[in-house]
Ligand binder design. Structure first.
Ligand code: ADP
Ligand code: CIR
Length: 367
């Protein structure tokens, strides 16, 4: 039967990969203490890691309430991944004035001060609507309804001269549907997300189901403000720019998120864990702030192993030029971002990116 099958897969996962966070914290006596309803919900959250023993985390929430309803399990998962020894206390704070001591004189996080020129910078947050299941548990109908709700929101933005732009849908038959060729162009331009059905972790979790129905993205007239619909979270809201001052993308995202929250209604939120996301790694701020920078010495030979080893103690993650699980650039360009998302404030993340760039560039010089 399916229940004993997945329990068997979890046990086998622990043997195959004792470090996987999902199986490490799966406690059979806790599982057995649950009602049938909560048992099924817990197993649904563990399915991705049960089927993919190479997962680092292996857990995705299916409902915004999973984090609180299954707290005895999720709290262990979250505190382990985010390395939080005590009770998680997350605070939202975008106000750069409160971190003035970490800002250079004048308050600008100016990359020219670090010896860089025009740099590709991006800040995104994951957000989910409180009114739908999380993507792993959405039916095709949920996905189409959510996209229709979002189209109404984007119509307001498109009519607003401050935003303008277009909505591009992958839904077959949608009035906003784009061609395969244009979709590939958007992916290459770092505007649109890649084919999720190819991601085995997302596929197992149900997050890639009904692809490409209900998927799309809004792009502002100047292409600097983008909202993904139907990826790992209901929404990924981001600002992107090729420039030199990090404040530009950060401040614009703050204002764009306020606009989105005002027109979308409240986003799913947990008292303990801040903004709710599908993957426990993104909880809290849901924020990833990144730049593309060239570190040819630390990536000599085309491998990112050394760069990752140097970046980890600096609190930085290294990704490839197409995002997570993609190769680094042939010229040694990588995507770097502060790893922390939870129990850190938004304003601290952007400072951590600036400090991280400085530290990594010093390591590059030494290498
Ligand atoms: P996420 O950041 O939402 O977790 P990915 O890591 O998959 O997702 O990245 C999504 C897309 O954003 C990819 O095309 C990636 O190259 C692009 N991207 C990330 N950071 C930057 C940046 N600083 N400049 C330009 N594109 C970026
Ligand atoms: C995993 O567990 O490896 C996948 N479900 C992805 C986890 C999120 N990404 C990450 O930690 N970098």
């Amino acid at each position: 039967d399916p229940t004993s099958k997945i329990l068997g897969q979890i046990e086998a996962g622990l043997a195959a990969n004792p470090d996987m966070i999902m199986s490490k914290h799966f406690d059979l006596s806790y599982y057995n203490s649950l009602s049938d309803g909560l048992k099924a919900r817990l197993l649904a959250c563990c399915k991705s890691g049960a089927e993919n023993h190479d997962s680092g985390v292996g857990v995705y929430a299916m409902q915004p309430s999973d984090y609180d309803d299954l707290k005895p399990y999720f709290d262990k998962v979250i505190r382990d991944y985010h390395k939080i020894p005590n009770e998680v206390k997350h605070v939202t704070n975008w106000d750069l004035a409160t971190v003035a001591d970490r800002l250079p004189a004048g308050g600008k996080l100016d990359l020219t001060k670090l010896g860089l020129g025009v740099t590709s910078m991006r800040v995104r947050v994951g957000r989910n609507l409180a009114s739908y299941p999380l993507p792993g548990a959405m039916t095709k109908e949920d996905r189409l309804n959510m996209e229709s709700d979002m189209v109404k929101v984007f119509k307001e933005l498109i009519e607003d001269p401050a935003y303008g732009g277009n909505y591009y849908s992958l839904t077959p038959g949608s009035p906003y549907e784009v061609s395969e060729k244009f979709y590939q162009y958007l992916v290459k331009s770092h505007i649109m997300f890649k084919d999720m059905a190819a991601d085995t972790y997302l596929a197992s979790a149900g997050i890639a189901s009904s692809w490409p129905f209900g998927r799309g993205c809004y792009v502002s007239a100047d292409k600097g403000f983008i909202v993904w619909v139907g990826e790992e979270d209901h929404l990924r809201i981001m600002c992107m720019k090729k420039a030199t001052v990090l404040n530009d993308v950060f401040d614009r995202l703050k204002s764009a998120c306020d606009t989105m929250e005002r027109i979308c209604g409240n986003f799913a939120h947990s008292k303990s864990y801040g903004y709710v996301t599908s993957c426990p790694t993104n909880l809290g701020t849901g924020m990833r702030a990144s730049v593309h920078i060239k570190i040819p010495k630390l990536t000599a030979g085309g491998s990112d192993a050394k760069a990752k080893a140097v970046a980890r103690p600096l609190g930085l993650s290294i990704r490839g030029m197409g995002g997570e699980h993609t190769p680094i650039g042939a010229d040694g360009t990588v995507d770097i971002s502060p790893s922390a998302r939870l129990q850190i404030q938004e304003a601290e993340i952007i400072c951590a990116l600036y400090e991280g760039i400085k530290n990594l560039m010093e390591e590059e010089k030494k290498a």
